[in-house]
Structure formats: C-alpha cells, structure tokens
Design a protein around this ligand. Structure first.
Ligand SMILES: [Zn+2]
Length: 299
C-alpha cells in the first residue's frame, strides 16, 4: 500500500533512482552484503525486514526503551509513531525537528504502571482502551489543524478508494467557516486518548460531563480527536470509534461545541459537527490523558 495522501508506492520509484541508492548502501555493508541480501530475501526474514524498514522510516532515529515498551503493551493497531507517519503519509520527521521540540518527544511519557493500571474512565485496562500517537504540529509544511486534516482526507477519499477514512462535516456548515477552532494546531507531543466516549457521559451538559473526568484527564481538541480516529481507521480492521459523537474542548465563535464521531462502520467514515450547548442522547465526552507534570510543555 502506498501512503495515504500521496498514493505513491515503492513500485513507482524510478529504477535508476532505486539502483543508485542501493549502490550507495552496498559499500557500507562491505563483506556483509551477501549475508544481508540473503536474509532480506529469505521467506523467514520477515522480522528482519520489518526492523530494517522501521529503521529506514525513522531516518535512523533510535527507538527509546519507553516507546518500545509502550508499543508492545498498547499493540500495533493502536500505536502511531515516527515510522507510521512516514509509512502512511510520506512525512519524514528529522532528528533536528525532534531536538528543537519544547519537550523531547522521543520519550514516551506514560510508563508501564500507567498502561497496565485500571482505567478510571471505563474500568478496563488503560493499555487496551486507549490509543497512543505522536502528534504533529505540521504536515507537509503546513500547520496541522482540523480544517487542514479534513481537507486532506476529503480530497484523498475523493481521489482514491473508500477503504480509507473519510471525514465529513455535517450540520450543513463547512469546518472552515468555524473560527477560531479551525486554526488550533495539534501539539508535537505524545497523546494517549480514550478510544471511546466516557461511559455514562451522554445526556449531560458539557459542565456535567467534565465533572466525570478524573484529574489525570482532560478534554482533547477536535483536531486531536479527529487525528486519533483517522489513525485508528488506518491501522485497524475493526476500529473502536464512537458511533456517538465525542464532545471536544473547542467552541465556535458563537459558543457551539465541536463534536467528532458518528462513525459509520460500513463506509469507515466519521464526522465533525457543531452543536449548541445542551445535553444530547448521542453526544458523550472525549478524554485525553494529561501529560505527567514533568513532561508538560506549552502545547
Ligand atoms: Zn477505559
């Protein structure tokens, strides 16, 4: 599969370009070149190939132990890091970008104790009911906002097939008219979001919903919730995304709440909507784990 938005695959790399790159790599392998090629071509070499691909997609940036542990605990389908941004979106994250971040985002902020603990929202285990991803503040050189995300995926879904996520906007109003939340970028940091809305959070006002949140949680922005849903759709055959709406932290200029959800399983599509304050049977609350105190930044 090519990356989601550019639709380009390895098979479209011009042969000359590919050979030139291999020729540059070969001398670095020295006498080991034969052995490497043998393992790469071995049917049993899947694990080796996966490791090699991961290293290349991360531009050689090491995976720290905290991230390794988190990926193993949360599971591939609900974990999204540097290599997934490169593999699915063709967006490479350089070491320079990582080093210039306000909080060094290579360290996964929540340890084993948190991931294996009981979830205060649903009573399950955090590692099974949450989804983890590295958020980006910029994609293809533009700030990553909700309107940008919707625009990218809308144009993608029109150009390609229906098996990939589509984000639509309901309420008859385009997201782009809904200032100021459309301009909020997501942070270049790790996120740990509850996959589903908080149980028992429907039929409540925003104020009442927030009372259900334990202190270690906050309400995510609609951009963060939308990215989480999209990444889940890309990674999982049966993503656990809300069929109800999740109310997010954003407000439109005239005081309406921004909602993300209404997942339609058959077409793998979810929606972004805005609705006046109030309690609704189909609107629950989204939840995001706060960064531990020592990892809080300005984002
Ligand atoms: Zn839970």
């Amino acid at each position: 599969m090519g990356n989601v938005l550019k639709g380009r695959t390895i098979w479209q790399v011009p042969t000359g370009k590919l050979l030139a790159a291999v020729n540059l790599l070969a001398p670095e392998l020295g006498e080991g070149a034969w052995g490497v090629v043998e393992v790469l071509g071995d049917r049993k070499g899947k694990e080796f190939r996966e490791h090699a691909a991961r290293f290349l997609l991360r531009c050689g940036i090491d995976v720290l132990e905290s991230e390794k542990v988190a990926r193993a605990m949360v599971g591939e389908e609900r974990f999204w890091s540097i290599e997934e941004w490169a593999r699915f979106y063709g967006e490479f994250i350089s070491e320079k970008k990582i080093c210039s971040a306000p909080v060094f985002p290579l360290v996964f902020p929540w340890g084993k104790e948190v991931l294996s603990s009981s979830c205060p929202l649903c009573g399950g285990v955090v590692r099974y009911c949450h989804s983890a991803f590295l958020g980006l503040d910029c994609l293809y050189g533009d700030p990553l906002t909700l309107s940008r995300w919707c625009e990218l995926h809308r144009s993608y879904s029109e150009a390609y097939s229906e098996e990939f996520p589509r984000i639509i906007v309901v309420s008859g109003e385009p997201v782009s008219s809904e200032r100021p939340f459309q301009d909020v970028t997501i942070g270049f940091r790790w996120y740990l979001l509850h996959q589903a809305i908080i149980p028992e959070s429907r039929n409540r006002t925003y104020h009442e919903q927030r009372m259900l949140l334990p202190p270690e949680y906050e309400v995510p922005s609609a951009a963060v919730e939308a990215v989480k849903n999209t990444l889940l759709v890309l990674r999982s055959d049966r993503p656990k995304i809300n069929t109800a709406y999740a109310r997010c932290s954003d407000l439109t200029a005239d005081g309406r709440h921004v909602l993300v959800g209404n997942f339609e399983r058959t077409v793998r599509r979810f929606s972004v909507a805005v609705r006046p304050p109030g309690n609704y049977a189909d609107v629950g609350l989204a939840a995001s784990r706060r960064l531990p105190d020592d990892k809080v930044s300005s984002v």
